[in-house]
Design a protein around this ligand. Structure first.
Ligand SMILES: *[C@@H]1O[C@H](CO)[C@@H](O)[C@H](O)[C@H]1NC(C)=O
Ligand SMILES: *[C@@H]1O[C@H](CO)[C@@H](O)[C@H](O)[C@H]1NC(C)=O
Ligand SMILES: *[C@@H]1O[C@H](CO)[C@@H](O)[C@H](O)[C@H]1NC(C)=O
Ligand SMILES: *[C@@H]1O[C@H](CO)[C@@H](O)[C@H](O)[C@H]1NC(C)=O
Ligand SMILES: *[C@@H]1O[C@H](CO)[C@@H](O)[C@H](O)[C@H]1NC(C)=O
Ligand SMILES: *[C@@H]1O[C@H](CO)[C@@H](O)[C@H](O)[C@H]1NC(C)=O
Length: 492
């Protein structure tokens, strides 16, 4: 039975792995409109830690390009709207941009897409006329470098390019944008580039709560919405919006262009009126989104179709103007702790890695108490990593579970390992009052973080020294003796 189970387990892991290579994929947008973000190097480490394989940035910042070099992460880079004019005007400007800003970092940094302009139909000053000439110049520059097949050129759009998105089969591009869209779509079809769309069911829900149910926007709906023209059943708004794009493309006879979702997500916080902007809803949306995409479900109009999706966004961005929600789309706070737990693999469980014992055998975990003092945590951590026989190498600098570099996170990792190794009993999570049991899975990949539900005040304020190595020669804290006493009472 054991071998059979292991075989099935290994096979399904393999299939999931292949699935993520051949099929749909999940990436993340790394917006940097903030003054408190970690350095690009740290952001790159964070992405690697969470096994993120696709990252979208909005420019071609050199520090960012360098930070993602040799990571295997595929990067989508951008030419901002403010740079469209020179690149659209002269081929030599596109050539120079490629030569100076991209080629020095390629292929160490694996750039796979260049977005030329972003949501130009929403931008002031009717800049859309510059997009296709700029795309063509960038494409020509790539071709001269022999890279036009490896790096795809496109441009991102908001759902505002459609004049109609419901029902999906009636989807249609706004004819006011026809003079811009027609050559754009011809370019995409000719070069097998995707149509890039930013989709926000959150806004659709927020702005018409009477018509749209929250469950439908969050992929939680049990009821179905039927497209009266096609009879197709929709269980979530995301699919409905994507199909509206497919039908709009088909209406113009562009049947080969693929759709790529270059932004979607849900804010974890908003102004008092934005009642749906909560961590729970954001977690629900993004978790369901990942499962939906990784599963290769496709959409009702394109069942099984591959769909690449970028979640917006890596960090909360404190300098974004507008409503409170604008600054709260991140999966992570600037200090790199999670706003809520999210599993990018869509597996909903954690891989068991030999040498660590993060996964719980019976649904409970042991983490550092948010109210424990720094000294108590430090002592308990040192004890667990020495006398407690916990292998703490994973939380040492540059090791997989070092980030977030906080005492609470490191202690939680050690406490949980100890707890799982010692029968997951209440006393194995004592640590002199510094440990608390939880039945909410705090683990992530093979690491363990202090995240949602933890006391952020403690997590933020208690930082381990960067070079901490948990020593083996600390004094044994008093509580260890009482613990040993209890053990001996139990066993002898
Ligand atoms: C934008 O400019 C183009 C070309 O200058 C023009 O054809 C088009 O109608 C304009 N679009 C809008 C929405 O004003
Ligand atoms: C189409 O686009 C024009 C120009 O941006 C806008 O004024 C108009 O309201 C749009 N039409 C629809 C139906 O969205
Ligand atoms: C995954 O795919 C299967 C088969 O296509 C489908 O029945 C199921 O609902 C999908 N699950 C999700 C979460 O989309
Ligand atoms: C992890 O836990 C299991 C079951 O509790 C135990 O058999 C195993 O030895 C532990 N592994 C390590 C490395 O401590
Ligand atoms: C699981 O939890 C129960 C109740 O907390 C505990 O008694 C038991 O020892 C735990 N460990 C295992 C391995 O079952
Ligand atoms: C977080 O810590 C503060 C101060 O120690 C405490 O008052 C509060 O109750 C804690 N919150 C939670 C959720 O543990």
């Amino acid at each position: 039975m054991g071998i059979g189970f292991k075989f099935i387990f290994a096979t399904s892991l393999l299939l999931m792995h292949l699935g993520s290579c051949l099929g749909s994929s999940i990436g993340i947008c790394y917006g940097r409109n903030a003054d408190d973000l970690p350095t690009p190097d740290k952001a790159s480490q964070l992405a690697q830690l969470h096994k993120i394989k696709y990252v979208r940035i909005y420019d071609s910042n050199i520090q960012v390009l360098k930070a993602f070099a040799n990571t295997g992460i595929e990067l989508m880079i951008g030419i901002p709207n403010s740079d469209l004019l020179p690149i659209s005007q002269f081929q030599s400007n596109a050539d120079t941009w490629l030569k100076n800003s991209i080629l020095p970092y390629y292929p160490a940094t694996k750039i796979t897409y260049i977005t030329v302009g972003a949501e130009v139909t929403e931008a002031p000053n009717n800049i859309s006329a510059m997009v296709v000439p700029a795309m063509k110049n960038v494409f020509t520059a790539l071709r001269k470098a022999g890279l036009q097949r490896r790096i795809k050129v496109s441009s991102t759009h908001s759902l505002g390019v459609l004049s109609r998105s419901y029902p999906p089969s009636a989807g249609a591009f706004n004819s006011s944008h026809a003079s811009f869209l027609k050559p754009l779509l011809e370019f995409l079809a000719e070069n097998q580039s995707p149509f890039m769309i930013n989709l926000y069911p959150y806004y659709a829900y927020r702005d018409s709560q009477n018509k749209v149910s929250l469950d439908y926007a969050l992929f939680e709906s049990s009821s179905e919405v039927i497209d009266p023209n096609t009879g197709l059943l929709y269980t979530n708004m995301f699919d409905s919006q994507i199909d509206a794009i497919y039908f709009s493309l088909m209406a113009l006879n562009f049947r080969t262009i693929k759709v790529m979702v270059t932004e979607t997500g849900w804010p974890s916080k908003g102004s008092p009126k934005e009642t749906a902007a909560t961590p729970d809803n954001a977690q629900t949306y993004n978790t369901n989104l990942i499962r939906h995409v990784i599963n290769n479900t496709g959409t009702p109009a394109k069942p099984g179709a591959e769909l690449d999706v970028y979640i917006f966004s890596l960090f909360n961005e404190n300098r974004k103007p507008g409503l409170e929600s604008e600054r709260n789309w991140g999966l992570f706070y600037p200090d790199q702790t999670s706003v809520y737990n999210i599993d990018f693999d869509g597996k909903g469980s954690v891989d068991i890695t030999p040498g660590t014992n993060v996964t719980s055998s019976n649904g409970t975990w042991c983490i550092a108490s948010s109210t424990a003092s720094e000294d108590d945590l430090k002592n308990a951590l040192d004890w667990a990593c020495s006398s407690g026989n916990v292998d703490c190498s994973a939380v040492q600098p540059s090791q997989p579970c070092y980030e977030p570099d906080s005492l609470v996170s490191h202690a939680s990792f050690a406490f949980n390992s100890y707890y799982q190794q010692n029968g997951a009993t209440d006393i194995a999570c004592g640590f002199g009052g510094s440990g608390v049991k939880t039945n909410k899975n705090p683990s992530y990949d093979k690491c363990l973080y202090m995240t949602a539900g933890s006391n952020r005040t403690a997590a933020n304020n208690v930082h381990a020294k960067p070079s901490t190595s948990y020593s083996t020669h600390n004094e044994v804290p008093m509580w260890v003796f009482s613990w040993l006493l209890m053990i001996s009472v139990l066993f002898f």
